[in-house]
Design a protein around this ligand. Structure first.
Ligand SMILES: NC(=O)c1ccc[n+]([C@@H]2O[C@H](COP(=O)([O-])OP(=O)(O)OC[C@H]3O[C@@H](n4cnc5c(N)ncnc54)[C@H](OP(=O)(O)O)[C@@H]3O)[C@@H](O)[C@H]2O)c1
Length: 220
């Protein structure tokens, strides 16, 4: 778990709190999405969440009311079948290139929240204006350290109350940082990766086992 994903989701949590009704989370099995689905549920929203086939059961276990397998289903059609009028808020944690029709998922006046990825954000200003032209609001979220303390406290309370569960965390040794990057580059890490910077061990079977177990979860 990193402060960045918590803070990103803390912002999303605040977005969810202002809403009631239905939300859609795109990229729900990742570190950001895993928290976002649970925060939306704890905030009282009904949630449709997307993921690949291998993560369908996992995302269902997060509490999603409708799990959409983006590899076998048309996301836009599936959301509209689930909620004919569209949803109140969409969280895109993957990038506009993979969800160009995001605005079509929204009910009139709805909100599209994009997590700034720094690699796949497209033309942020153009997309914001396009959303505005169509009567929607597009918000681009980035870590806000000013709000981090309050968000972290609130998130800790949700975890302590059993309303939110920490997603899978794969711990890798610092010397496996390159492998961690390879795993992140697949775009299919479930939960979060953590690099352990203290208590470095000499190369050993245990270290190999840790790395191999973590890597196989995302096919590296
Ligand atoms: N702005 C900020 O402050 C902030 C903070 C934290 C993270 N981020 C960024 O937010 C993004 C998400 O972070 P994360 O840690 O959740 O990433 P992640 O662990 O890599 O998760 C990405 C998710 O995207 C899904 N995905 C991959 N390819 C897809 C495709 N073609 N179509 C639909 N879904 C696809 C994966 O689902 P499957 O594995 O099920 O296919 C996975 O659940 C990253 O780009 C990260 O850099 C931004």
């Amino acid at each position: 778990m990193t402060p960045s994903s918590n803070e990103t989701n803390g912002g999303k949590l605040q977005v969810c709190k202002e809403q009631s009704g239905k939300g859609a989370s795109y990229g729900a099995a990742g570190g950001v999405g895993s928290f976002a689905v649970q925060f939306a549920k704890s905030g009282g929203l009904l949630v449709a969440a997307t993921c690949g086939t291998a993560n369908v059961e996992y995302v269902r276990s997060l509490g999603a009311d409708r799990v959409i397998d983006y590899k076998t289903e048309d996301v836009c059609r599936a959301v509209r079948e689930w909620s004919a009028e569209g949803v109140d808020v969409v969280l895109d944690a993957v990038g506009p290139a993979t969800l160009p029709q995001a605005l079509d998922l929204l009910r009139p006046g709805g909100r599209l929240v994009s997590i700034l990825t720094a690699t796949a954000d497209g033309d942020i200003e153009r997309d914001r204006k396009e959303a505005e032209r169509r009567g929607f609001r597009k918000v681009t979220m980035i870590i806000d350290f000013e709000r981090a303390r309050d968000s972290m406290r609130e998130i800790t309370n949700l975890i302590d109350a059993g309303l939110v569960h920490v997603p899978p965390i794969h711990v890798l040794l610092l010397e496996d940082a390159a492998l961690a990057h390879q795993m992140i580059d697949t775009g299919h890490v479930r939960g979060k990766l953590v690099l352990k910077v203290a208590e470095l061990y000499a190369r050993s079977p245990r270290r190999d086992t840790i790395a191999a177990t973590a890597a196989c979860t995302c096919g590296v």
